[in-house]
Design a protein around this ligand. Sequence first.
Ligand code: ADP
Ligand code: MG
Length: 428
Amino acid sequence: MKVLVVGSGGREHALVWKLSQSRLVSKIFTAPGNPGTAIHGENVPIKADDIHGLRDFALKEGVDLTVVGPELPLTLGITDLFEKAGLMVFGPSKKASVIEGSKVFCKELMERYGIPTAGFRVFEEPDEAYTYIRTVGGAMVVKADGLAGGKGAIVCRSEDEAMGAVRLIMEEKAFGEAGRRVVIEEFLDGEEASFIAFTDGRTVVPLASSQDHKPVYDGDRGPNTGGMGAYSPAPVVTDTLRDEILHRIMIPAVRAMEGEGRPYRGILYAGIMITKDGPKVLEFNCRFGDPETQPLVVRLRDDLLDVMVRTVEGRLQGTELEWDERASVCVVMASKGYPGDYEKGKVIEGLERADTLPDVVVFHAGTSLRDGKVVTSGGRVLGVTGLGGTIEEAIENTYRAVGMIHWDGAYYRRDIGMKAIRKSAGGN
Ligand SMILES: Nc1ncnc2c1ncn2[C@@H]1O[C@H](COP(=O)(O)OP(=O)(O)O)[C@@H](O)[C@H]1O
Ligand SMILES: [Mg+2]
């Protein structure tokens, strides 16, 4: 089969890497891709949100399956457009992707169907939001309704911060139309985990558990980023908790979407806060996580293409995924300054040596080629991913590889995976 993967980040390199191992795959295109995806196939210079251009390319090349990485093309309706053209595509429809595209929709859906989530209010007028904030006070979370590139959710420790967040989103319009409405949520205390599953609209097939590291600095300090690292499995998600999340959150969400006339097919990703009152949903995403996909694909034993085709064709019933027993860790190497301003075009050294270490894969994200050299071209540059018999070994292997890679201004967290060690050492 000819496969087209849409996107250009670490998640897409990880998907391409895994798909390239499928016996069913004859050729992989990535649009627009990065130097990492080019190792396994051909990069095509079409942007991820140019959904018409992508459709024309898929028709011309006779692509058998298109796998959509990021949320934007999904919310723009790439799936509907491809299906209309008779093309097979992995990812939810426009109507279904709204679960990520609108936080207001997502919260109201959860409320209607009794899916556990933080208490919330929706506002269209800043003045009403300010009055509400003054009434409740304390810590709360202010979120822009629409897509904001991972920057639209602002965790506020105080009333003043919350007022500032509403001003930024609604009055200064920092995220444009996405901030026409805001959700103000109750602050939830606990540990976060990512719960990712394939669903064909009826059957839900969970992936292994994983955990992201959002804040930029060690010890979870500093502003949130797209994700500075991840590991799998996440010991915080015990078997009991996994069942609870599956039966109280994931399956009800898929049924709810069906009930709303928005049948859901593809990846459903729940960001979960494990609170003292049980797991609660922070948000749903309509695609694989980045960077969680990196540590997940290196542990997945099944043929990814086969699972994707079964998802699209509604044949997931009876599917159970098999996982490497070992643990995996992905350390994101970023440009100094990220998530703020940073310099680009720095030559990266040591990539090949790191990549030849056993049980290590270096996934590219914000890289490009210049005069035959790999240079930095984004905030999150690489996702160095390693396996180990224990989480400690996985951490050691991964950081050994990280230590071999250099560029002027490389930055990474030094504590990725440490939470998992504390968890397994100290129990729950
Ligand atoms: N109700 C909440 N209580 C505490 N922290 C939250 C809450 N909602 C979101 N967060 C924090 O903010 C991050 C981003 O929020 P999320 O809803 O996932 O938005 P997005 O990923 O679209 O930016 C979460 O990963 C979590 O760390
Ligand atoms: Mg999130």
